[in-house]
Design a protein around this ligand. Structure first.
Ligand SMILES: [Zn+2]
Length: 447
């Protein structure tokens, strides 16, 4: 299962590539980041070995094998610039500890002689859970040590702010459902990654503020830790999405890129030199709350003039009642209202069109600012909402291009990835996997 490239457009200095990912069967194994017809090979950043790494050599060997799916000792020796003897010792330790295993490589030289022996990750060496907590729907996936998704669940949630205790209960229900679906038990789970909207200090796991919570956000981490006796990693949901691109998607082989997502909020993640950039205080980047209008529209955060207040789902929905008139059904959920609004716009309904047109102009503005500030090689427009093509219409890219100082500037590519709804939770598995890998592998020698 993969995605197929459906269209390429080149506009001024900006090239736009649109991908449509196929629907994914819930409950089945998913391979999200692959070209059509090609098998997913490994997971994790492919450029890791090229960066200056402070990682222990044993872990570098492991990460190399995981990111390439499988690798022969000779390839590891060459890629990490280590001696064949060192590669043999380190791989022997990783095999003895049950993290790597030997497989017969299909790559037999000239079809003669002994087949080459390659190494691969032992998938069942560890399991992790990735979760996205959100308004209306929570999602979770369970992945093995090689990054394969074993199971997923999605449960409806409230569209209201809730207490810390409610979030803990909802997370617990989600995990129980996931364990039941996967047939795995609690003791097999080595870490849980959780992404949620808001300001999260990743290092300490402190949720400073989240639109999901009524109050006491800073107590969430402690409450979750007290409830689950498994290492927990919390992060901003846009960072989860960015990790999904870095580990499983387009960003695997790109050193500097930005991810922008438009849904119930407007999020952004940034990868600099193959690493997720979280800022000096670990709070990440809040593109949605950058101001685009002084004294402008009221944002969910309580301030005025935030980008989100013009571009996110709720910004469109609050105008939908007026625009749709009798076609507006308040009993519908936000996703359905948005779908109706989009349908109306497509069929030429002028007021509905106006709503989308304004939102798309603000997206152009946001993207041009991202280019001006960070000079990324690629901007990935990611998330479920990319099924709405107004977000990457010609006018958006033309307007974005017009707002960038293009004199002598190298072009920035914009790529659209319309992932399925599990992408966020999948990114959270990357957070959990990268966290447990260091501790499991560092103990490999003693095992
Ligand atoms: Zn705001």
């Amino acid at each position: 299962m993969g995605f197929r490239e459906i269209e390429r457009l080149y506009l001024g200095g900006i090239s736009v590539i649109l991908d449509a990912r196929e629907e994914i069967n819930l409950g089945s194994e998913i391979n999200i980041a692959q070209d059509e017809g090609a098998e997913t090979v490994g997971c994790g950043p492919l450029l890791q070995a090229l960066s200056t790494s402070s990682m222990p050599l044993r872990q570098q060997v492991f990460e190399y094998v995981r990111s390439h799916g499988h690798a022969a000792r000779a390839d590891i020796t060459e890629a990490l610039s280590i001696s064949p003897g060192t590669a043999t010792t380190l791989t022997a330790e990783l095999i003895a500890s049950g993290h790597l295993r030997e497989i017969e490589s299909a790559n037999r030289e000239s079809g003669r002689g002994r087949p080459r022996v390659a190494l691969e990750v032992v998938p069942e060496a560890a399991y992790v859970i990735g979760i996205k907590l959100a308004f209306n729907r929570h999602t979770a996936v369970l992945a093995d040590f090689a990054g394969n998704v074993i199971a997923d669940v999605s449960i409806a949630s409230s569209d209201q702010r809730r207490s810390v205790a409610q979030v803990v209960q909802e997370t617990s229900d989600l995990i129980e459902a996931l364990l039941k679906t996967s047939g795995k038990s609690w003791h097999e789970i080595k870490a849980i990654g959780i992404g949620l909207p808001g300001l999260v200090e990743h290092e300490t796991g402190t949720v400073v503020w989240s639109p999901l919570l009524q109050s006491g956000a800073e107590e969430l981490s402690q409450a979750l830790t007290a409830h689950f006796s498994v290492p927990l990693l919390l992060d901003n949901d846009a960072n989860m999405l960015t990790l999904a691109e870095l580990w499983f998607g387009e960003g695997r082989s790109i050193s500097d890129f930005a991810v922008v997502t438009v849904e119930s909020g407007v999020g952004m993640g940034l990868v600099l030199r193959n690493q997720l950039y979280r800022g000096a205080h670990g709070m990440g980047l809040e593109l949605g709350h950058t101001k685009v209008q002084l004294d402008g529209a009221l944002c969910k955060c309580g301030q005025r003039g935030c980008l989100e207040a013009y571009l996110a789902d709720y910004a469109l929905i609050r105008e939908a009642a007026t625009a749709l008139g009798s076609a507006y059904d308040p009993a519908q959920g936000p996703e359905d209202i948005l779908a109706s609004l989009y349908e109306q716009a497509k069929s030429g309904h002028q007021a509905a069109e106006t709503i989308f047109r304004r939102a798309s102009r603000y997206l152009s503005l946001a993207l041009s600012n991202v280019v001006q500030l960070f000079d990324p090689e690629l901007i990935i427009l990611s998330g479920e909402r990319m099924q709405y093509d107004y977000l990457y219409a010609d006018e958006v890219m033309t307007a974005m291009d017009a707002m960038i100082l293009n004199e002598g500037r190298k072009s920035c590519q914009v790529k659209v990835n319309a992932w399925d709804g599990l992408v966020w939770a999948r990114g959270a598995t990357a957070l959990a996997l990268s966290s447990i890998t260091a501790s499991l592998i560092s103990h490999a020698k003693a095992a």
